[in-house]
Ligand binder design. Structure first.
Ligand code: XMP
Length: 325
């Protein structure tokens, strides 16, 4: 019979068999999926695993610190942090097309991993080869990238369809058959703390696909502020578990007229996209309390420069996807 204990045992055995005495690296995104995949592989091969956290500058407020502190504390995993902010910004300069952004981000990720791999090999001179890359790919990612049971290709999720062809690693994907709720149970079984296990989903390409338009440092800073306010208010209202996730999106190429103080403004809209879902394959927009929406809207327009309007996305999936890009 099916239990999370079985899944852990089975996967640990499978990972041991696949990796042997070689070494693996695992990218941590700050999300549940990569954290659980890393913890599973850590359990299987221990110090043969090194985790790499790429700070691509597309993270939300406080996320880098959470990975550096909480995850390492919970698992004792070896962690290498790479600051790649400049590199990602340069690669994304002038790009507005969603699929192009996803491809660029996926490609840069792999390049940074390859550099990290070279460094890890150099540091462990004479040790076993680093031949494996651990990915927290879930079943819905596989299906939606067209790799599953014949479903059309919807988006290039950066950890599946967005990978370049000349990838140098063999992939270890222990969560490939699981849905999100199962991943959370496996994380719990592995003893990961609640803040990690019950984290709302966040896409690998990060805030890069929540800016409709070109990604720039200023726009990222602006969106990070708006997102932090929305998350703070949702948490304060006790809605974290009720809402599956709430992307906060900046319509960077759109401006509208507003009035603030005694002046006319011509600023950008922020979109709130609260959704309820079981597995992200389908979703409904969350009918969240008006008072919470009002607080988020007031705070964002007061506290975030150049934002003069907050709008609510009341579209289910389908026809909308959860993310805007
Ligand atoms: P969509 O926008 O396709 O999103 O309805 C479904 C779920 O997947 C997340 N998402 C991603 N996760 N890499 C990821 O790891 C990605 O490239 C990616 N794109 C979307 C999204 O946040 C939602 O939970």
């Amino acid at each position: 019979t099916w239990t999370t204990g079985n899944i852990v045992e089975e996967q640990v055995a499978a990972i041991k068999a696949q990796v042997g005495d070689k070494r693996a690296i695992c990218g941590l995104s700050g999300g549940v999926d990569s954290a659980v995949a890393a913890a599973l592989v850590q359990k299987a091969i221990g110090s043969q695993l090194t985790c790499v956290y790429v700070d691509h500058g597309l993270m939300r407020k406080g996320e880098t610190e959470q990975v550096e502190k909480d995850f390492v504390a919970a698992t004792g995993v070896q962690l290498k942090v790479v600051d790649a902010q400049e590199r990602f910004l340069a690669a994304l300069a002038g790009v507005s097309d969603p699929e192009t952004k996803r491809k660029i981000i996926g490609r840069e990720f792999i390049r940074v991993f390859e550099q990290a791999q070279a460094e890890i090999i150099a540091e462990a001179e004479g040790g076993p080869e680093v031949a494996f890359l651990v990915q927290g790919t879930l079943y819905p990612d596989v299906v939606e990238s067209g790799g599953g049971t014949g479903t059309a290709n919807i988006k290039s999720h950066h950890n599946v369809g967005g990978l370049p062809d000349d990838i140098e690693f063999q992939l270890v994907e222990p969560l490939r058959q699981l849905f999100k709720d199962e991943v959370r149970m496996v994380g719990q079984e592995l003893g990961l703390p609640d803040e990690i296990v019950h984290r709302q989903p966040f896409p690998g390409p990060g805030l890069g696909i929540r800016i409709v338009g070109e990604v720039t440092r200023d726009r990222l800073d602006l969106l990070r502020e708006a997102d932090a306010i929305a998350r703070e208010e949702l948490t304060a209202a006790g809605l974290d578990r009720e809402i599956w996730q709430c992307p906060v999106v900046l319509l960077a190429d759109v401006r509208s007229v507003g009035v603030q103080g005694d002046g006319r403004t011509y600023g950008h809209p922020i979109v709130l996209r609260p959704v309820s879902s079981e597995d992200a394959m389908t979703a409904d927009w969350t009918r969240m309390p008006y008072e919470v929406l009002a607080r988020i809207s007031t705070r964002i327009t007061n506290e975030v420069k150049d934002v003069n309007r907050v709008v609510l996305d009341c579209t289910s999936k389908p026809p909308g996807t959860i993310e805007w890009e």
